[in-house]
Design a protein around this ligand. Structure first.
Ligand code: FPP
Length: 293
């Protein structure tokens, strides 16, 4: 029975490929519309299209470092008629999916903006509490995920971590220590993070080193500042994606994105799909990076 279903599935795949070749997908779909066959056919053609796009992307130059401003959890919740906290929960689940897609593409650095210093000042206490619980469960789930270990993903959190509750800091310590031995991929979560605050912290360190006589005035250059950023151990992002329609940077990696390509998409973070990621990468590959030339 299983073998028959598999061979039937392969035939439907072949048929889907054939129709795709002649761009005729809508015709058979319309003929069998409203049946479960139509939906299965459409989802197969979608999957084939997405896989083709992935193969094409892999032939081109992919970014080494992708960072994402995950925005729109509350608007997603509002539109879906569910509670705010459930919207954030879907956001956490989406992050795990996107991490897998990025691992499949072999992109070694992935960074997300999960909580800004402004969020900590402006969000109501009960929302922050439920976000903290989400970071704890999310970090624990990521650190326990067998794929994280088989693919060699090291996890780290950066930001003014001392301002987070100790239960969140403990979860960060657990995720970091359980993945400390890995070095194929680096996943960075920005928590209690602000780009200006990061620059202020770096400048303070520079000033301290100068006052101690360890750093001459004429030696202070952008490399010295970069070396004192929270992100000193990763390259600058090649591509920054922001979901949910807002076209601004909101204090994210201000120093590091000097030459990054920016991609804005209207979809709310919990609805961000593999195709949306591939679209962002397709747009990245179509651009010529100039670095001022
Ligand atoms: C912005 O959407 C999102 C956040 C403030 C939180 C994002 C957190 C997650 C996706 C979970 C991350 C989990 C781990 C483990 C790092 P918003 O609330 O500003 O939504 P809005 O733009 O619709 O108001």
């Amino acid at each position: 029975m299983g073998r028959m279903r598999k061979s039937l599935g392969r035939r439907v795949d072949d048929l889907a490929k054939w129709f795709l070749r002649f761009k005729l997908v809508s015709v058979p779909a319309r003929l069998i519309a409203n049946s479960s066959y139509a939906w299965s056919f459409i989802s197969r053609t979608d999957r084939i299209r997405t896989n083709r796009l992935r193969d094409r992307l892999k032939q081109g130059e992919l970014p080494e470092h992708i960072s994402i401003i995950m925005d729109g959890n509350r608007r997603f919740a509002w539109n879906s008629n569910i509670g705010r906290d459930l919207g954030h929960h879907h956001g956490k689940e989406k992050l795990k999916d996107v991490m897998n897609w990025i691992l499949d593409l072999e992109i070694p650095y992935f960074t997300v903006y999960a909580l800004s210093t402004e969020n900590m000042r402006e969000r109501p206490e009960d929302e922050l509490e439920s976000l903290y619980d989400l970071y704890i469960s999310g970090l624990d789930e990521i650190a326990a995920d067998p794929r994280i270990h088989s693919r060699g993903v090291k996890v780290q959190a950066v930001g003014r971590l001392e301002s987070l509750p100790s239960k969140v800091r403990d979860a960060i310590d657990r995720a970091e220590s359980q993945t400390a031995g890995h070095s194929n991929f680096l996943f960075t979560v920005c928590l209690a993070y602000g780009g200006r605050e990061e620059i202020v912290d770096a400048v303070r360190e520079v000033a301290t080193d100068h006052a101690k006589g360890e750093l001459a005035l004429e030696s202070i250059d952008s490399a010295q500042i970069s070396a004192r950023m929270y992100t000193a151990n990763l390259p600058d992002p090649d591509l920054v994606i922001r979901t949910s329609g807002e076209e601004r940077i909101s204090n994210f990696l201000l120093w590091q994105i000097a030459y990054s390509e920016l991609h804005f998409t209207d979809v709310h973070w919990p609805s961000f799909s593999k195709n949306d990621l591939y679209e962002a990468l397709e747009s990245y590959q179509s651009r010529r990076r100039r670095y001022g030339e």
